[in-house]
Design a protein around this ligand. Structure first.
Ligand SMILES: Nc1ncnc2c1ncn2[C@@H]1O[C@H](COP(=O)(O)OP(=O)(O)OP(=O)(O)O)[C@@H](O)[C@H]1O
Length: 366
């Protein structure tokens, strides 16, 4: 430990030093569940952990905060080993979904609590807290107890409390999940602004792809305790590699073997998708539901190579469109207008023909 502490001290104040930021491999075993994820980030990065229920996102965040012990792996922050540092001594700020403000303290004292715990005098802590509340446009609510704050205000107080300690790692656990749609929009915009100014590493857990896309520079998708894909939001939206991610970004996704412009689907080799990109070997093909055109009868004289006979499994409204879930030789989602759905007389159990232009598909190596 001494050697590690020395390393951390030696590096303080050396800008651009190697080892700055987060370098972690988090292995946590909880009963039959095993989390094993590697996370690295540089100061200024906002990383979003995204994944279905039970994937292990919260476990990863709690491991970073020191609230659950690592079974294996390591956790370094700015070159210092944090593994055995108790949660309260870590330079880590945490914002939870349900704010967790102290109900008996005012907004100001809630924020001052952070600096106080990190050794500031009462007067210093309150001065810093007042500054943070001002920055969050909450100065007028400094004397209010949490029960008199709206959800959006309470969440900004929680953010101020976390930031007031100048954490080197900011952890946000579903910070917008408890807010109504309108407040969520405002708080998301403010959070984006504060995260852009934040100079250390921020890790955000969310279910919401929009929060992840808007707030993070780097997405890490976790399924069943493992990272299944990571990259920039644009890259992940364009090249999903699992059904969960494809669904999240609203794309139809298939995996198969490419031979030039044709991809033969795994598990159904008789079904092919024609693409404009030429590839060889294992490949993904993706296309949006809006690229699918539906027909009541088999189109005659159509040059479309991508033509499939489908059965309507279900219909739901999707924004101002109807989204049809189709099964058959190629399961897919198709978007159409209400008028088109009525004209096609779409109803569950009915048969339709689906076409997709090759130019609207996107193929990439698997
Ligand atoms: N205290 C615990 N003891 C044992 N197992 C636990 C405990 N907490 C969570 N788990 C298990 O760990 C796994 C991961 O849970 P975790 O809460 O990290 O997932 P998550 O991705 O955050 O899910 P959600 O999006 O539903 O919050 C789950 O299988 C869960 O049942």
């Amino acid at each position: 430990m001494t050697g590690i502490e020395k390393t951390a001290q030696d590096t303080v104040g050396a800008p651009g030093r190697a080892g700055e930021g987060l370098d972690a491999r988090l292995v946590v075993e909880r009963g039959s569940f095993r989390l094993d994820v590697a996370l690295t980030a540089s100061p200024g990065d906002v990383v979003a952990l995204l994944g279905p229920n039970g994937a292990g996102k919260t476990t990863a965040l709690r491991a970073l905060a020191g609230l659950v012990p690592l079974t294996d792996g390591h956790l370094r922050l700015d070159g210092a080993e944090l593994d055995r540092t108790p949660p309260e001594s870590r330079p880590v700020g945490v914002v939870f979904q349900d704010y967790l403000l102290f109900p008996h303290l005012t907004a100001l004292d809630n924020v001052a609590f952070g600096p106080r715990c990190h050794g500031a005098t009462k007067a210093q802590a309150r001065a810093q807290a007042a500054e943070w509340l001002e920055r969050m446009s909450l100065a007028a609510h400094a004397g209010a107890k949490p029960r008199r704050l709206s959800g959006g205000q309470a969440q900004r107080v929680a953010l101020a409390r976390a930031l007031a300690t100048h954490p080197r790692l900011l952890l946000l656990d579903e910070p917008l999940a408890a807010l109504d749609a309108r407040t969520r929009l405002d708080v998301r915009a403010q959070l984006r602004h504060h995260l852009a100014d934040f100079e250390a590493v921020a890790v955000l857990v969310t279910h919401d792809p929009l929060d992840a896309m808007v707030l993070a520079d780097h997405l890490v998708v976790i399924e069943d305790g493992r990272i299944v894909q990571e990259g920039t939001p644009a890259d992940i939206a364009r090249h999903p590699r699992t059904d969960y991610i494809a669904h999240l970004v609203g794309l139809n996704l298939y995996r198969g073997q490419a031979e030039g412009h044709t991809v033969r689907l795994d598990g159904a080799p008789a079904v092919t998708i024609t693409t404009t990109e030429a590839l060889t070997g294992p490949a993904f093909v993706a296309f949006p539901p809006s690229a699918v055109t539906l027909h009541r009868d088999r189109p005659t004289g159509s040059s479309a190579r991508n033509l499939w006979r489908c059965e309507v499994a279900g219909l739901e409204t999707h924004g101002d469109q109807i989204r049809a879930a189709l099964t058959g030789e190629l399961p897919l989602a198709a978007d159409l207008t209400t008028v088109a759905a009525a004209e096609l007389d779409l109803r569950p159990g009915g048969t339709v023909w689906a076409t997709v232009k090759a130019a609207q598909t996107h193929a990439y190596p698997a």
